[in-house]
Design a protein around this ligand. Structure first.
Ligand code: 5GP
Ligand code: MN
Length: 334
């Protein structure tokens, strides 16, 4: 955030306000961590913040401090739309385009109060009064940490705020493995540990939280995996029926796509998940090295994201989608 933006933000926060904080649809650890950290921080500054998530968050994030205060737009659309109309300020965190909030987009579009975007995805939209967007960061949580420091309010980071920020940095960096993890990331994380983030408990809460059904679902995804060594690609799929067979709950498919990348000499992995209710196939793409899956998702599958992690959608059926995917992969250089 540049000096002018810090000044603008200080002015916007100078007197107590009603402030809505919005993560992207299907919030992950970074989206939840950044919104909850900001929520806890703004409360300490005597504002009246509220986190409004477009839809429910996964159960493995339900332990996060103040997650019980998060309102779910999908569960109560009319009332939440009215609540949004009464806000003085809107923060949108961990996404670059309003359509990433699903149906909430229409409500947000009609608001006239200032928006503040904090995000690390490519090609940010221009709806915000303050756009703090920088793809060099591995997580929005790291950017929220920087924002609190820039506001000269580091002393307000307590154990709960540190816990939320640590969670987002840890999950979005693949436990400090992905290329955007820098010395600065580790210095911030060290600081958050000193401020009380329970660094050895958090991975346990996030990752050692499987149901037996979830492990079986993972087993099926691994069985369904197809490897195309000549294209350095591995992909898998899960049908709606398979999700039902293993009593799918939100979050169960999280991280499965990464298994493809653990195969030697594979640098592009994808998972296709049939979502009959939504009427499309949700796709996750991951890469190692220079292959840009953000570009791939944008060009071919109505999506986007980052260089090494992106997502998209297909409105064809599974068979047609997978055939299309294989054809594209065979025609490009990975
Ligand atoms: P995931 O595969 O975990 O859903 O998403 C990986 C990354 O790509 C995340 O940073 C996410 O925000 C982004 N992403 C996922 N789906 C979409 C999409 O449909 N459109 C765009 N623009 N980005 C997406
Ligand atoms: Mn993120």
């Amino acid at each position: 955030m540049n000096t002018l933006q810090v000044q603008q933000l200080q002015e916007l926060l100078a007197n107590p306000k009603q402030i809505a904080i919005i993560p992207h649809r299907s919030p992950d650890g970074d989206a939840m961590g950044s919104t909850l950290a900001l929520y806890l921080f703004l409360k300490k500054l005597n504002h009246t913040p509220i986190v409004i998530s477009p839809n429910d968050f996964p159960e493995f994030l339900a332990w996060m401090p103040s997650s019980e205060t998060v309102l779910i737009y999908e569960n109560n659309k009319a009332e939440i739309a009215q609540l949004l109309a009464r806000q003085d300020l809107i923060f949108t965190l961990d996404f670059n385009a309003l359509h990433r909030t699903g149906e909430l987009e229409q409500v947000l579009k009609n608001l006239t109060v200032p928006f503040i975007m904090i995000d690390h995805h490519e090609l940010p939209e221009t709806y915000a009064t303050i756009t703090y967007s920088d793809t060099r960061f591995g997580s929005t949580c790291e950017m929220v940490y920087n924002t609190l420091v820039a506001l000269n309010k580091k002393e307000l980071i307590d154990k709960d705020i540190a816990t939320c920020l640590y969670t987002g940095i840890m999950t979005d960096s693949g436990q400090f493995r992905y290329p955007k993890t820098t010395g600065t990331t580790h210095r911030i994380v060290a600081d958050l540990i000193d401020l009380g983030a329970p660094n050895t408990e958090i991975p346990n809460l996030i990752f050692d939280n499987n149901s037996f059904d979830r492990l079986h679902l993972l087993g099926r995804a691994l069985q369904n995996m197809k490897v195309l060594p000549q294209y350095k690609t591995a992909y898998t799929s899960l049908s709606q029926q398979e999700l039902q067979e293993f009593n799918y709950v939100k979050g169960d498919t999280e991280g499965i796509v990464n298994y493809g990348l653990t195969i030697k000499n594979i640098s592009f992995a994808a998972i296709f998940i049939e979502q009959k209710q939504e009427g499309y196939i949700k796709i996750s793409f991951r890469s190692q090295g220079s292959f840009d899956v953000n570009q791939f998702a944008r060009t071919h599958f109505n999506g986007g994201g980052h260089i090494n992690a992106a997502g998209g959608k297909s409105f064809d059926n599974m068979q047609v989608t997978l055939q299309k995917f294989e054809k594209i992969v065979s025609e490009i250089h990975i």
